[in-house]
Design a protein around this ligand. Structure first.
Ligand code: NDP
Length: 296
């Protein structure tokens, strides 16, 4: 095993995009000795001015501390950065907060283990301004002992940390499930703004009503979650034929306004396939079965 300082208050951060910079800053705020490395070295300037140490290479950054936070764009970047540093990996705990698929995270953990390192996979549910805030949250998975040992570092990044299990893919899975909701929700808001603009309204004009819809969704989610887990798609509250008609009104409103119809057309397509599959009298939630097993 490589000798590492392993000081509980010393940590390396590799990757200084908006997230990595926010993480390094939060750790400096809490008195950690922080070693940083980034492909574009100038992104470290502010952190170095605050006392961080800029490593000369990824290998030097990894060698500096047992705990190595990795915050890169994707796992292709992780491979590009760590491949030349493999000899420094033995004995390190890679707190890999890079977005990935569960399979990529598992492969990354196997690769790290092959070089004597442990990977804790992370999925951070916060934007850079949320880093260091007590209410922010992140998913983790991987060996429990390593997670517990480095928990204070992780809690410096987000006040709430949830260990999902030993499988290194689980944190990535939970993170990507959250991102399904996040990206489609955000895109639905942007779509709504485009439609509003085409009709002379601004984003501010529609914010109150769209926010009200969004706020009501957690109750709606809870209503459907219980029924869906029970395998129940009773059309007592809503029926798929109604959903199709409603989705078509949304689509035609966009077409009439000359706004891009990719998203509303995809929604209509799903509803129509549900009706064509014979589920028209069931709840719109029957679409879950169609999405889970397309083509059936
Ligand atoms: P960015 O993509 O902006 O930057 C990440 C870093 O990756 C940069 O320092 C960049 O280096 C480096 N990088 C990319 N490709 C390579 C490469 N081939 N070789 C070496 N370095 C490379 O990401 P963010 O900081 O915004 O996010 C980091 C991770 O956190 C991502 O996986 C993202 O999905 C996730 N995330 C981001 C959130 C956000 O709001 N930003 C929120 C939650 C999670 P360089 O500076 O030289 O370009």
């Amino acid at each position: 095993m490589n000798s590492a300082p392993n000081a509980p208050n010393a940590v390396t951060v590799i990757g200084l995009g908006p997230m990595g910079r926010a993480m390094a800053a939060a750790l400096l705020d809490r008195g950690y000795a922080v070693t940083v490395w980034n492909r574009t070295a100038s992104r470290a300037d502010d952190l170095v001015a605050r006392g961080a140490t800029l490593a000369r290479s990824p290998a030097d950054a990894v060698a500096a501390n047992e705990a190595v936070i990795i915050s890169l764009t994707d796992y292709a970047a992780v491979n590009a950065v760590l491949e030349p540093a493999t000899r420094a990996l033995d004995g390190r705990v890679l707190l890999n907060l890079t977005s990935a698929t569960p399979e990529e995270a598992r492969a990354g953990a196997r690769w790290a283990a092959g070089h004597g390192a442990v990977q804790i996979t992370g999925g951070v549910n916060a934007s850079p301004p949320g880093i260091g805030q007590p209410e922010s949250q992140a998913f983790y998975s991987g060996p429990r002992e390593a997670f517990d040992r480095h928990r204070p570092v992780l809690e410096a990044l987000t006040g709430r940390v949830d260990h999902q299990g030993e499988d290194p893919g689980l944190a990535a899975l939970h993170y990507q499930i959250g991102m399904v909701v996040f990206w489609t929700s955000l895109l639905s808001f942007w779509q709504a703004i485009a439609l509003a603009r085409a009709n002379g309204l601004t984003a501010a004009d529609i914010l109150p009503s769209t926010a009200e819809t969004t706020n009501s969704l957690s109750e709606t989610f809870a209503f459907y979650a219980e029924r869906i887990d029970a395998g129940m798609h009773l059309g007592d509250v809503d029926r798929l034929v109604m959903g199709l008609a409603s989705a078509e009104h949304v689509l035609h409103t966009h077409a009439d306004a000359g706004v891009d119809t990719v998203i509303p057309a995809a929604v209509v397509d799903l509803f129509r396939r549900g009706v064509e599959a014979g589920r028209g009298a069931d709840s719109c939630s029957a679409l879950v079965e169609l999405i889970a097993k397309p083509g059936t």
